[in-house]
Ligand binder design. Structure first.
Ligand SMILES: [Zn+2]
Ligand SMILES: [Zn+2]
Length: 337
């Protein structure tokens, strides 16, 4: 098998030839068909997340087919299409796991961070954390669902949305999305489908991103420092920019919530207490649970979510990461081995 490997943070990935691993008990070996490139991969490569397994194969938006199964794998078949997300495994024993919050597990493994991921022709995964994916649409277009979609969905739930489906969705009617990348471009479609008014905030002057947001159902798009035409019920920040926290607080109404959806953010500047006053809240979202994934993967086809992807060959992983870092992409980058 071939894999793009990070040997040391802040160095380019290198192509390595390896022998394909044997799946242990409970594991499956996947023939990778597509793997999305997530901003979290950039944080791993750029050394912004502590203690990655090294060397590491990044990538946690894997779509592929089961090539081999270890003992004790239930519910999957050879050749079946599966998706592998960021949450690679959990302990099942800690207080978080036992209270339905496996996303906060004390002893987790994360795909493409603490266990090898999908920037490769083959990948191993713990079968219990994989999801069967019906063959209804293109592998590359499904890949961004596995993290951008799932983390977006958990952030959306945290913003008070997500209850109910269809036009009867409850929760925030005016929803701000800061940073219009892979996650926001998926979530905007769901929010618009549920009848919410989506306000998209991008780097100021990024006309292409603003037009893209409007084409996906946003009623307004502008620069992050602008105030939306109506106060927001809630806002989700996907861009890794701490300065957006006080800006978003300024844009939400009394009792409104600002959700930070990323794993890493630059420092949040100090701000006057009056921005938080009146029961505004700032919360973060960490990882995902398998229940989040099942909900999202059921809802996305109902909402007719389409993902805009730019395909790169596996060996162009460094170029894909650079394009994401520089904001040269609309939607999501996907590697095709
Ligand atoms: Zn646990
Ligand atoms: Zn991700």
């Amino acid at each position: 098998m071939r894999a793009m490997v990070l040997e040391r943070p802040r160095t380019p990935l290198v192509m390595r030839e390896r022998s394909a691993p044997e799946p242990a008990s409970g594991e499956i070996l996947i023939e990778v068909a597509a793997c999305g490139v997530c901003r979290t991969d950039l944080h791993v490569v750029d050394g912004e997340l502590p203690n990655p397994k090294l060397p590491i194969v990044p990538g946690h938006e894997i779509v592929g087919r089961v090539a081999a199964m270890g003992a004790a794998v239930a519910g999957l078949a050879i050749g079946e299409r599966v998706g592998v997300p960021w949450l690679g495994s959990t302990c099942g024993l800690c207080p978080y796991c036992r209270s339905g919050r496996e996303n906060l597990c004390d002893r987790p493994l994360f795909t493409g961070y603490t266990r090898d991921g999908g920037y490769a022709t083959r990948a191993l995964a713990d079968a219990r954390y994989c999801f069967p994916l019906p063959e209804r649409r293109d592998d590359a277009e499904v890949a961004p669902f596995l993290c951008a979609g799932l983390i977006g969905w958990r952030s959306y739930r945290m913003a008070g949305a997500g209850e109910g489906t269809g036009a009867e969705g409850t929760g925030p009617q005016a929803l701000g999305l800061y940073g219009f990348g892979a996650a926001a471009h998926i979530l905007a479609q769901i929010a618009a489908w549920q009848g919410r008014r989506v306000y998209a905030f991008t780097r100021s002057g990024d006309d292409a991103a603003q037009a893209f947001a409007k084409s996906l159902g946003a009623v307004w798009a502008g620069g992050s420092e602008e105030m939306p035409p109506e106060p927001l019920d809630a806002a989700i920040i996907f861009a890794p920019v701490g300065a957006l926290v006080p800006m978003a607080l300024k844009a939400v109404k009394k009792g409104g919530r600002v959700v930070c959806g990323g794993i890493h953010m630059s420092d949040i500047p100090s701000f006057p207490y009056r921005l938080l006053w009146e029961e505004r809240q700032v919360v973060s979202v960490a990882n995902l649970t398998r229940a989040d994934a099942r909900e999202f993967l059921t809802l996305a086809p109902q909402a007719g979510v389409k993902s805009e992807v730019t395909r790169y060959p596996l060996e162009a992983a460094n170029e894909a990461l650079a394009d994401l870092r520089e904001g040269r992409l609309q939607g999501a980058a996907v590697l095709i081995p």
